[in-house]
Ligand binder design. Sequence first.
Ligand code: DXP
Ligand SMILES: NCC(=O)COP(=O)(O)O
Length: 244
Amino acid sequence: MNKIELGVNIDHIATLRQARGTAYPDLLDAVRLVEDAGAHAITIHLREDRRHIQDADVYAIRQMCTRRLNLELAATDEMVGIACDVLPNDACVVPEKREELTTEGGLDIIGQFERVRSVTQRLNAANIRVSLFIEPDIEQIRRVPDIGAPVIELHTGTYANATGESKQHELRRIQEATEFAHNLGIQVNAGHGLDYDNTQAIAAIPQIHELNIGHSMVARAVFVGIRQATVEMLELMQAVRAGA
Ligand SMILES: CC(=O)[C@@H](O)[C@H](O)COP(=O)(O)O
Ligand SMILES: NCC(=O)COP(=O)(O)O
């Protein structure tokens, strides 16, 4: 089975720092430990309200990270301007509402077609690889080639929050959406709400290239450290792909 990559989202290490406005925990220490553990990418979400990741974090992490930097951003002129200045390897365009506790769903690229296409073109022109954070929805995926993004990240939050038959239904939606997108030549990533119990089923979908995981790993890191939390998630994902 083909390999699967892990992007570690360190937003909530910044949440801990922002709670008191201290200099610690230092995100650069987290980057070093996550990379040392073997993660393939560092993911950070520069939100318009700067509730966790700050602009200075983005520039500092760009300077020192040795793996791919995946910057999550809203489809706004402000964020595109910052991305084109920072030049992350990847930019994942996500929906944002100020009042949301966390991301609540995927981009509506049908309803916001022109805005998302314009943002994608500007990021593509800066040689930043664009990923669109969308629902596992066939009609949304059908429009991705017209937008011009080579990658999508399927929102797995509904799956993560579901139980019983509803969870199985959401898993089937993700499996079907992944196969449809893969057959269009789109790279398929997935993320949101994944943890050490619900990730296996997603990692078992063979066409999924990368998972972006953050909150559950930072929570695990409170007890074992972010390096060990990363090792554990990588081992879990790779064991699934090895058919263990
Ligand atoms: C898009 C997504 O699912 C997450 O990467 C996003 O960063 C969640 O927002 P918070 O990290 O602010 O919870
Ligand atoms: N895009 C998903 C991500 O980066 C991390 O989401 P979560 O694991 O913090 O829910």
